[in-house]
Design a binder for this molecule. Sequence first.
Ligand SMILES: [Zn+2]
Length: 310
Amino acid sequence: MLDVREIIPLPLATVIYPEQHPLAGESGIVNAYVVRHADGLLLVDTGVGEGSTLVDERYRPERRSLADALGAHGLSCGDVAAIINTHLHFDHCGDNRSFLGIPIYVQRAEYEAALRPGFTIAEWVDFPGAAYRLLNGEAEIATGVRVVPATGHTPGHQAVHVEMDDGLVVLAGQALQSVAELEHLRRTGRLSEGNAPANPVASLASARRLFAYRPRRMHFSHDDAVWEGGGRRSVSNRTRRWVTRCLVIPMASLWSRGPPAECARRRPRSPRQLPGAWRRARPRLGAAPRADHRGPNRRVPRGSAAPGGR
Ligand SMILES: [Zn+2]
């Protein structure tokens, strides 16, 4: 039994894409997700906020409150232990303000981009009581839950990897727009015309990288459909502990001691010459998540910023 119990989609809004948008005139859904974890609820994105005339006029959102969406599953905003923003466009961070003092995990590059005019609604990102935890790359947020950079749509976009009993589940955010786009990518090796990321090269690389993890399932911010990939199965905590105790630690210890004296003359000189088991055990030593928890709660200039995202 792993620590993640369930992933629940929370449909929080529908929007109509405006003229400048690649999907102009079409309606789109806005999903957040809740990860039920042994340590508490992890909320991935918070939907479209209220109070921006600009957003209301351009995107005509029909909202459902987070309280209602959580309440439908017997949960409440008070149960949320941490928030992960895939990115800080207005339809992903709109209700961050409801979680004063709750850790909000976001990539540093994304936070810094959000300070620039036109990227998002600044006051939905930065507000008194915001408790951002700025990350510089991949990081474990809770046991079995990792954020993994998937840039391209925005400079600091991240996907969420969740280890469940039946395998790895990826919450892709907008690294990919939909199941249809994912299938297009698999057929053609390219992103679809309807997706116009800020950085197409990085976006394509990120999307391909998500496959490399061989997920069982993938969820998207703007598609209700779930991609069933049938990828690798997760290793249970019990198996992971057994492997660590019976294989990794002895191998690490063997490596630190080096080969027996009688073999000293033939001691390998470089990682390429190491026996296979040593080579595999070696990268595990000292591995640690690269998380930076010193993120500032900087004030963002308020005012005329127009939301550039979706
Ligand atoms: Zn976006």
